[in-house]
Design a protein around this ligand. Structure first.
Ligand code: HPA
Ligand code: ZN
Length: 332
């Protein structure tokens, strides 16, 4: 496909899973170094292989078994940021899970975080990409684990760790099971987001808003099935972290042209664009923009406006927000 949108357009993405952004060759290399046999998670061309969303979660967790030390996460963070910077990303927020970084133990988590943050600082200096971390509980690991995760989040909240959320199997449990974790994170000064409205219908979005009191929703696209909810999202300025290519790849919609992102935007919901787990879904932000330009006739001005909205909704300090906004709006 030829580029429709200038590939160098400065981009911001708010919804990126760190381990899910791992280049498959990087994970294969780690597996070889440690003699871990995870050959079954790759297809014949070396990409990640899975059947559906629930199998994807299993493959994801199998890939994570190769990430065993802070040094592995330092290398992972650098590899991911090199790819994102090559995609034109100047600001990203990444989901981080203490569960995959020392099993949720706070002392271990601090060491992993130090390694991730030092890689992010290096990438900012050398590649001009700024990263912030949003700690996520894994929904199918249950409420007890989510309390431990929230504690890790609050203990390490600051310049780099700025948000808290929940990912994993959207059909496991109910948002009300996780209110303790979200209340704890909010009281600890963290900004909040939750995956909803991808595998769950509009009620899952309503439940995330009512029980977890989040200001952003990861995906949220199935709100389109209930126009009263769409109006509520627009009025309350709830920001959607939309990942169209992820939804198309996992079969939620047959193609970009059928994806509700344009209808949500037309109804004045604040939408932002992200890649979720880019190598798993064979995507980059450049590919997302080109596919959306083809499907809906969106122009560079549309993407610049969407990126500016993403920065206004970013969980970062005001000086960082202003600095990146200038880049995105061509004022730097
Ligand atoms: N969705 C939900 N949970 C996840 C994902 C995702 O794309 N990636 C890793 N955990
Ligand atoms: Zn996600």
């Amino acid at each position: 496909m030829t580029d429709r949108i200038d590939p160098a357009l400065p981009k911001a993405e708010l919804h990126l899973h760190l381990e899910g952004a791992a280049p498959p060759a990087f994970i294969r290399g780690l597996a070889q170094e440690k003699s871990i046999d995870i050959s079954k998670i790759f297809d014949e061309r070396g990409g990640y292989a899975y059947r559906d969303f629930w199998h994807f979660l299993q493959v994801y967790e199998a890939a994570c078994t190769t990430l065993q030390s802070p040094e592995d996460f330092r290398r992972l963070t650098l590899a991911v940021l090199e790819d994102r910077a090559a995609d034109g990303v100047v600001y990203a927020e990444t989901f981080l899970s203490p569960d995959f970084c020392g099993g949720g133990d706070l002392v271990a988590w601090r060491e992993y975080l130090h390694a991730i943050e030092s890689a992010a600082d290096e990438a900012e200096r050398t590649l001009g990409i700024t990263l912030r971390g949003v700690i996520t509980a894994i929904r199918h690991f249950g409420p007890e684990k989510s309390r431990q995760t929230a504690t890790c989040a609050v203990e390490t909240a600051g310049r780099f760790i700025t948000g808290f959320g929940i990912a994993g199997d959207e059909k496991a449990g109910h948002p009300r099971d996780f209110t303790w974790a979200f209340d704890c994170a909010r009281e600890g000064g963290l900004r909040l987001t939750a995956h909803a409205g991808e595998w769950g219908g509009p009620d899952s979005v309503r439940d995330a808003l009512d029980h977890l009191k989040v200001e952003r929703i990861g995906h949220g696209v199935r709100a389109i099935e209930d126009l009263a909810l769409v109006d509520r999202l627009a009025e309350d300025r709830i920001v959607l972290e939309v990942c169209p290519g992820s939804n198309v790849c996992l079969g939620l919609y047959p193609g970009f042209a059928q994806h509700p992102v344009a209808r949500l935007r037309d109804r004045e919901v604040i939408v932002t664009l992200s890649t979720d787990d880019p190598p798993f879904f064979h995507t980059t932000l450049r590919r997302e923009y080109d596919a959306l330009a083809a499907a809906f006739g969106w122009t560079e001005d549309d993407f610049r406006a969407i990126n500016a909205d993403a920065m206004r909704a970013a969980f970062c300090d005001e000086a960082t927000r202003d600095r990146i906004l200038k880049i995105i709006e061509g004022r730097a």
